[in-house]
Structures are given as C-alpha cells and as structure tokens.
Ligand binder design. Structure first.
Ligand code: NAD
Length: 232
C-alpha cells in the first residue's frame, strides 16, 4: 500500500488528486495538506505537521509557485518521494531539487503536464519542428492561473528546434489548452491539445505515484514513464 499525502488538497487540482488517490487500488490517502482546510484527523495546515503526524511514502504537490519549493525541500529531506505538478519553479530551484533527489533519501517526478495527450502533443511538436523550424505556441488557460507562460509551453519550446515564440491567453471558461502552429512554404501544421477537465491529469498523476519510488533521482516530465524503453 502506497501512503500518499496531497499538498494543496483544497485546490482545483489537489481535490481531484484526493479523489483519484482515494479511488486508486494499492494507495491510501493518509494526509490532506492545505492552509485553507480545517485541521482534523488526516488534515493538516502545513507539510511539517503532516510529516510529524505519521508515515508517508509519496507527496503529491499541486500548490502554488510561491510554496512548492519549500514544501518539496521539507518532504524530500524527510525521505518522502515527491510527485510535483505545481508549475513556476525557477531553474535554480529545479537544480536544488535535482541535487536533493540525487543525493538524498527520496526521489522526485516533476511534470509540467500530467495529461497523456499533452505529452504526446509536445512529442509531436518536437518531431515536427525538425522539419518545420518556424513555429509559434499559443497556450490558453483559466484566468486563475498564476504563472505565464505555462510550464507546458516552456517545456514544449525547450524540446523544439527553432526557438518558438509563446503567446499566453488567460480567460474564464478555459481549463488548459495549447496549440503549436508550424509554418512552411505554402503550408501550416497545427497540433492542438485540450484538457477539458482536471480528470485528464489523473492517470498521469497515479502512474507517477506508482513509479516514483523505483526511479532514482529526479525524473523530469512524464515521457520516461510513458515510454520506458526509450529511457536512458
Ligand atoms: P489552486 O489555487 O486551485 O490550488 C492551490 C492550493 O494550494 C490552494 O488550495 C492553496 O491553499 C494551497 N496551498 C498554497 N500554499 C500551500 C502550502 N504551503 N501547503 C499546502 N497547500 C498550499 O491551484 P490549481 O489550479 O489547483 O493549480 C495548482 C498548481 O498546479 C499550479 O501551479 C498549476 O499551474 C499547476 N497545474 C499543473 C498541472 C500539471 O499537469 N502538472 C495541471 C494543472 C495545474
């Protein structure tokens, strides 16, 4: 049984993760962590009190750019593996987490997008850019999203040839969407992914919770979990 703590448990993503972990075979939800929840059995205002209260194997983090790094340092140092979906980590923070995961007692999986279709969209865009290097990325998200450009758009651009420009749209009604438009001589190619509900992220999150203990150090992105035979 994998004992799971969800940080950001009251949020849009965190509450979906609480439901997904509760429904998943072989997992037990042992702690919900969020300062906006009323403390009680299994419910904690911060990571430190949750770690002090009992045994946790994996923390799933969907909090905020301002909180995720301190949270990650706390649970990784305590030997709790991290599955981190919160976006907005700086390169320096990412390097620090990589060092902790490489040398410390716990591993981490950090993915800017846990939706399988989004991972495929990034992969197809990277492949297309080898042949059509002129491209632009339009990412569209709900208006409560704190960071821009999105982590998914930054990762897509990093995987593509040609240094694509990123445009960010924030509007109510949207969930998470991205279009990669590649332009060539007399032709364009559009690759689009739409997360229509937050359930789209849950299979990837559950896969990462099941896998993280067996993946030493830091795993960046869901790709190595989805395409294990290509893993170096
Ligand atoms: P949200 O604002 O609805 O939820 C965040 C929650 O975190 C809030 O309930 C807040 O009280 C809580 N929180 C803040 N600081 C905390 C702390 N120190 N400890 C515990 N809880 C804390 O946000 P959301 O829409 O659920 O998004 C959360 C994050 O997930 C964002 O960074 C977003 O970009 C990212 N996201 C990632 C993916 C992915 O697939 N990787 C998908 C969707 C969203």
């Amino acid at each position: 049984m994998i004992r799971v703590m969800v940080t950001g448990a009251a949020g849009r993503m965190g509450s979906a993760v609480v439901d997904a972990v509760t429904a998943a075979a072989g997992m037990e939800l042992v702690a919900r962590v969020d300062p906006t929840l009323t403390p009680g059995p299994g419910t904690f205002p911060d990571v430190a009190s949750a770690l002090a209260a009992g045994d946790v194997d994996v923390a799933v983090d969907f909090t905020q750019p301002a909180s995720v790094f301190d949270n990650a340092c706390a649970y990784l140092t305590a030997g709790v593996h991290g599955v981190i979906g919160t976006t907005g980590l700086t390169d320096a923070q990412l390097d620090d987490i990589r060092a902790r995961a490489d040398t410390g007692p716990a591993n981490a999986v950090i993915a800017p997008n846990f939706a399988v279709g989004a991972v495929l969209m990034m992969r197809f865009a990277a492949e297309a850019s080898r042949h059509m290097p002129r491209a632009e990325i339009i990412e569209l998200h709900h208006d409560k999203k704190l960071d821009a450009p999105s982590g998914t758009a930054l990762r897509t651009a990093a995987l593509m040839d040609g240094d694509p420009v990123i445009h960010s749209v924030r509007l109510p009604g949207l969930v998470a969407h991205q279009e990669v438009i590649l332009g060539g001589l007399g032709e364009t190619l559009t690759i689009r992914h739409d997360s229509l509900s937050r359930e789209s992220f849950m299979p990837g999150v559950i896969l990462a919770v099941r896998s993280v203990a067996e993946r030493p150090g830091l795993t960046l992105g869901l790709e190595p979990l989805l395409f294990p035979t290509e893993d170096s």
